[in-house]
Design a protein around this ligand. Structure first.
Ligand code: GLP
Length: 243
């Protein structure tokens, strides 16, 4: 894993943008695996600004997202579909029919997971963007998720519900279940870009980079990816022994 440490979250977003822009410039019909959470917001803002200023086009680009809350409609402001439109997709020239995410309202969960896995096989990702949870989760793959798992429905841990409650009015509003790509789907992407900001991520970052590869720390699987870049700010990198 290549590790890049930046001074703060602004410098991190600049660096992440460089990596993403190289993929988009290199292939006009690239498939981008995208992520939600607060960490990628600065990167998305830079993609939007660059599109407006330099006309970088996404007309033939496709996107696939990592995860979606179960039970939320795409129009629900807390849904990840809404987040993606709000932060990126509605502000670039992408064709919305080329932007994919699990259907949180699907009643047959198994069928929806199969549909998404088939879609991911049809659209090999040139890059997969990731954030990391405080407990080392990637997407919604909580500790203990088998590494060979594909898209599935998860029951969120108390830790993740509490961490994500900042986006909701109250903790009881946070959905308890979500659809998520599995570790196997994530590892299938050609390139992985994982971003981490803040000292609350320092333990997870250290375990991911320097700890053993174990299903109890889902992000540790990335040590085995042939082209994975971690960009961490000084806070998130503060517990790494080799810098
Ligand atoms: C959620 C998302 C993850 C994300 C994590 C961290 O659990 N499902 O994909 O990485 O939050 O979010 P943040 O970037 O806000 O710290």
């Amino acid at each position: 894993m290549k590790v890049i440490i930046t001074k703060d979250k602004e410098a991190l977003a600049d660096k992440a943008f460089e990596v993403m822009k190289a993929v988009v410039d290199g292939k006009k019909d690239a498939v981008l695996g995208l992520a939600t959470g607060s960490t990628p917001i600065g990167l998305y803002a830079r993609m939007v600004a660059d599109h407006r200023k330099n006309g970088t086009s996404y007309r033939e680009i496709k996107t696939v997202n990592l995860d979606e809350y179960a039970g939320l409609r795409p129009t629900d402001p807390q849904s990840y579909r809404y987040f993606m439109r709000d932060n990126l997709l509605d502000h670039i020239d992408i064709d919305l029919t080329n932007t994919y995410i699990e259907d949180g309202t699907a009643t047959d969960a198994e069928k929806e997971c199969e549909r998404y896995n088939a879609l991911l096989r049809r659209l090999p990702r040139d890059i997969q963007l990731l954030g990391i949870g405080e407990n080392g989760h990637i997407a919604f793959n909580e500790p203990g998720t088998p590494f060979d798992m594909e898209t599935h429905v998860v029951t969120l841990t108390e830790n993740t519900i509490a961490a994500n409650s900042r986006f909701f009015e109250k903790e009881s509003d946070v959905p308890r279940r979500a659809f998520t790509m599995g570790p196997k789907n994530i590892m299938d992407a050609k390139k992985v870009l994982i971003l981490a900001v803040g000292t609350n991520k320092a333990d997870a970052v250290r375990a991911m980079v320097e700890g053993e590869v174990t299903e109890s720390l889902p992000a540790s699987i990335l040590q085995k990816h042939p082209d994975c870049i971690l960009i961490a700010d000084e806070g998130a990198a503060s517990k790494l022994s080799k810098k």
